[in-house]
Design a protein around this ligand. Sequence first.
Ligand SMILES: [Zn+2]
Ligand SMILES: [Zn+2]
Length: 145
Amino acid sequence: MSHTLTGACLCRNITYRIDLPESEPIPKVVLCHCTSCKRYTGSGFSANIVVPSTALKYTTGTPKLYLDSSDRGPQVRREFCGDCGTPLSSQPGDAPQVIIMKSGTLDDEDRARCGQLGLEIFNKSRDGWLEGMTDGDVQKLEGGM
Ligand SMILES: [Zn+2]
Ligand SMILES: [Zn+2]
């Protein structure tokens, strides 16, 4: 038995599934406030789940790859849909064992299953308008994980 999460880009040319072992908890959401994520998503932050790279399979289509410089040094691999532009994943060059999936691309039911906020990172570049908008009890790091 395993937990399966599925998702897609906006135009649905790219779909994916994530198979997590039953022993793994359902991932919590990690918000990233880094400047690159703001630009990548066109929003104030990115909302993500972190899963083992081996758990991810693209089931339809192939995303485009953008190699990004990052706040932490090594290049970040960012995968997105070349047709509709949806950001799908990012993967730090120094942590290829994990892949960071944009939680907004999960299918509705699975996004609801990942309904808890676990961590906020790169709070040093957190937008001021977010003041008070997230749970004060959630751990917040100035930099990366
Ligand atoms: Zn698309
Ligand atoms: Zn980021």
